[in-house]
Design a protein around this ligand. Sequence first.
Ligand SMILES: [Fe+2]
Length: 213
Amino acid sequence: MYEIPNLPYKYTDLEPYFDEATMKVHQLKHHQTYADKLNAALEGHPDLAEKDLIALIRRADKDIPVEIRPTIVNNGGGYLNHSFFWEILGKPAKPDNKPDGTTIGVALEDQFGSYDDFKKKFSERALALFGSGWTWLLIDVDGKLSIENTANQNLPEEKKVALLVLDLWEHAYYLKYQNRRAEYIEAFYHVIDWKAVDAKLKQSGITPAEIKA
Ligand SMILES: [Fe+2]
């Protein structure tokens, strides 16, 4: 059984950027629904339920019976993507919330020119996403960072490691920001937990390349 993880912060901790009402409905309703539908689809398939979920989704065409395949891919992806998203958010440590003093902060400067240049590129990519999906910061095995979009609840590329993600489904921002996606994206930079992102980089075992922009 897949259960939604507890948040490592309070629902009010990301205010005023991500509001309490949105955080609650997002985790307790949307994320929970992905978990519930995933569990329901896996019922009666103990062989699938015990497999690693990421690996299962990546091999969906081979390993999942066609009648439950879209349900598991969509809801399994939704379950995983949200679990990741909660991990890289946190209460702002300081007003500008820059990743100073972290390896990821240095890597962003090395590869994008400056933190502000990274933000600009990430925001442009997020604004360019049509419909619902996610904008990711990924690192490849050669240490090169990239910003990429995935549609719906698709997972990022298998050969890259995810470091950061932004949920761009309307349910993530509509209560507070309505159609103002750009304002929501700008608010996101205030609630990134850069220490958590840095930990994901260290966990990957990949050393960021020094690519001067
Ligand atoms: Fe979401």
